[in-house]
Design a protein around this ligand. Structure first.
Ligand SMILES: NC(=O)c1ccc[n+]([C@@H]2O[C@H](COP(=O)([O-])OP(=O)(O)OC[C@H]3O[C@@H](n4cnc5c(N)ncnc54)[C@H](O)[C@@H]3O)[C@@H](O)[C@H]2O)c1
Length: 342
């Protein structure tokens, strides 16, 4: 099949290699002429991703119209902060319906909207054949060298989820499960980035494995409450797109969100941290969205509040951790009764 990937960053590049390994025809779109030139002429994208040597069948273009007419399947692999604008640009050029496959992980700060909701707003319904989220614990650095990875193809339309499962699955290194809880998968993939920043903060402060294990366990409890309040099904939070992605991103130096947390703990401010990491750190904006959503939905989120206070209120990490430790003592699992919004 022919597949278009919008965004030749780390993840778009790793997915292009995977699809080419699966004998699919791939066209990458990127706005950077240098990136497109490197892919077409050197068959690599080493400025974006180490070890990214691509099969010669992978082509790239800076021409969005060409990219859109190449295929009926559009894989979105750009930062969430530009997604609304990118989709609006696509909508202006579309002449036939497309299946959108989103791989970006984040929420819109002003609206708390998920990418599927933004897509429905920006792409007219007669041009939107369907929407699938391809999400789960997956570092581009590992996929590009063929290390075993498992993710989910998530859609309310089972046939669309199965189609994307088939196209992306590779028996050597990429296993894809199907799932229908789009809200749960998108929320898990977005919220875990905030906890990755928290985990990096612990690392940068010199705390140990005990603190990280406690963070992961309590983050799951918190993520479950907030995600259910925002429309997720509970079991999704315990799967690949929830717990799986939470574990990989809170435990790995590959995660930019983790790296950002380390830098914040070492005393860099938000601007310095963003400038020192060349690729997108989704957790900063998702933290704003989650902090506001939790307030609106009256869900207690001490970890998200702690990360927010370090990033946006300039509190020190050690003082924030001390405050968390001094919270009133309680049962591990306090029953909660959350009004569902959707
Ligand atoms: N890197 C990973 O391992 C990984 C894995 C799974 C999901 N993701 C998600 O994929 C998304 C992209 O991540 P990434 O790591 O590839 O980021 P990246 O920073 O490496 O690349 C982002 C790409 O988007 C392009 N882009 C930025 N602004 C644009 C605009 N206005 N118009 C068109 N293109 C634009 C850039 O040119 C770049 O090629 C993120 O939401 C991330 O959470 C990443």
């Amino acid at each position: 099949m022919k597949i278009t990937i919008i965004g030749a960053g780390s993840w778009g590049t790793a997915l292009a290699k995977l699809l080419a390994d699966n004998r699919q025809e791939v066209l990458l779109y990127d706005r950077s002429p240098g990136t497109v030139e490197e892919i077409n002429n050197q068959h690599s994208n080493l400025t974006k991703l180490a070890n990214s040597y691509l099969p010669v069948t992978v082509k790239a273009t800076t021409d969005l119209s060409e990219a859109l007419s190449f295929s009926d399947i559009l894989v979105l692999s750009v930062p969430t902060k530009v997604i609304r604008g990118v989709l609006a640009g696509i909508a202006k050029l579309l002449t036939s319906p497309k299946l959108f496959v989103n791989t970006s992980k984040g929420l819109e700060p002003e609206t708390y909207k998920r990418v599927s909701e933004v897509t429905k707003e920006e792409i007219p319904s007669h041009l939107l054949k369907g929407f699938v989220a391809l999400t789960g614990p997956s570092h581009a650095e590992e996929v590009i060298i063929g290390l075993p990875t498992s993710v989910c193809s998530v859609s309310e339309n089972v046939e669309h989820a199965k189609l994307i499962q088939k196209i992306f699955s590779n028996t050597s290194y990429f296993r894809v499960y199907t799932l229908t809880d789009l809200a749960g998968a998108e929320l898990g993939g977005a919220l875990k980035n905030i906890y990755a920043i928290a985990s990096g903060m612990l690392e940068g402060s010199g705390y140990g494995d005990n603190a990280r294990a406690a963070l992961i366990a309590r983050a799951l409890v918190e993520m479950r409450k907030l995600a259910i309040a925002m429309g997720a099904q509970e079991e999704t939070l315990y799967g690949l797109t929830g717990l799986g992605d939470l574990v990989v991103t809170t435990s790995s130096h590959h995660s930019r969100n983790f790296q950002a947390g380390v830098k914040l703990a070492q005393g860099k401010n938000l601007e310095e941290t963003i400038n020192s990491i060349p690729m997108v750190v989704e957790g900063f904006r998702t933290c704003l969205a989650a902090y506001e959503a939790a307030r609106e939905l009256k869900v207690e989120t001490p970890i998200i509040d702690a990360v927010y206070s370090v990033i946006y209120q300039h509190h020190g990490v050690k003082a924030v951790v001390k405050k968390l430790m001094m919270r009133s003592l309680k049962d591990e699992f306090v029953p909660f009764n959350i009004p569902k919004t959707k």
